[in-house]
Write a protein that binds this ligand. Structure first.
Ligand code: PXP
Length: 249
């Protein structure tokens, strides 16, 4: 049942570096095209409300230039819905957003926001985008995601990765077990399962080994590693480790 595992490359951090200085360099669209040429199955870009990294013109350019699917990450606001409806990206991944956070720290509370999200998602689906909800490994959140009309859940791997890098191995293994259990459950009720956040060369294998997972979305580590070995080689090494994990090595 273990289908091909897709690698989605998140190019937000190229835009973070560009925006630190102002001007146009480095260009995240160029990075996206390089990632595509190096075998990315999709590109992820998060247009945050405060435009701290990706800006509207990047989304325009990505939509115009990419051949692989764009996974447009956004918060569930009216402004973002209008932008998504204008561009009709292949996928829309809805994430929680807090201005003060450095990155997306937790998953969405779909259970609490159930009615509103169902109404919010309906026109996006009607426009042809696949809707993915970024959630924790929790059955109630998975059930609610299905109820509101999502076709995909992306499970948050941040805690698993943090525990690994802090050397808290029992906690890490518990998080990994939760990701496994949630993947099986979500797949069982007909949702496609993606995983993302915080993944590195050291943490990707066990996640890639979960047979129900169809896609990993990886950004910060890959873009950082690209400084040392280039984006293509960094992606090739990530892909090698994903394949090894998938094969059960
Ligand atoms: N998936 C989602 C939904 C995210 O919000 C992020 C971070 O923007 C990622 C994947 C990628 O996480 P990282 O940059 O830590 O690899």
């Amino acid at each position: 049942m273990s289908e091909k595992l897709r690698l989605g490359v998140n190019i937000d951090h190229v835009a973070t570096v560009r925006n630190a200085r102002g001007g146009g360099d480095p260009d995240p669209v160029r990075a996206a095209l390089m990632a595509e040429a190096a075998g990315a199955d999709g590109i992820t870009a998060h247009l945050r409300e405060d435009r701290r990294h990706i800006v509207d013109a990047d989304i325009e350019a990505l939509m115009a230039q990419l051949s692989v699917p764009l996974n447009f990450e956004m918060a569930a606001t009216d402004e973002m819905q209008a932008i998504a409806l204008r561009h009709k990206p292949h996928a829309v991944c809805i994430v929680p957003e807090k201005r003060e956070e450095r990155t997306t720290e937790g998953g969405l509370d779909v259970v609490a926001d159930d009615n509103r999200l169902a109404t919010y998602i309906a026109p996006l689906r009607a426009a042809g985008s696949r809707i993915s909800l970024f959630i924790g490994a929790d059955r109630a959140q998975i059930d609610a995601s299905k109820r509101v009309g999502a076709e995909v859940v992306e499970l948050h791997s941040g805690a698993y990765c943090d525990f690994h890098h802090e050397g808290k191995l029992a906690e890490r293994d518990a998080e990994l077990a939760a990701l496994r259990e949630a993947s099986t459950y979500a797949h069982g009720i007909g949702l496609e399962v993606h995983i993302g956040h915080g993944l590195t060369f050291d943490t990707v294998g066990p996640v890639a080994a979960i047979p129900e997972v169809r896609e990993l979305n990886i950004g910060h580590f890959l873009i950082g590693e690209a400084i040392f070995q280039g984006l293509g080689p960094a992606m090739a090494e990530m892909r090698r480790r994903m394949d090894l994990g998938r094969a059960g090595a």
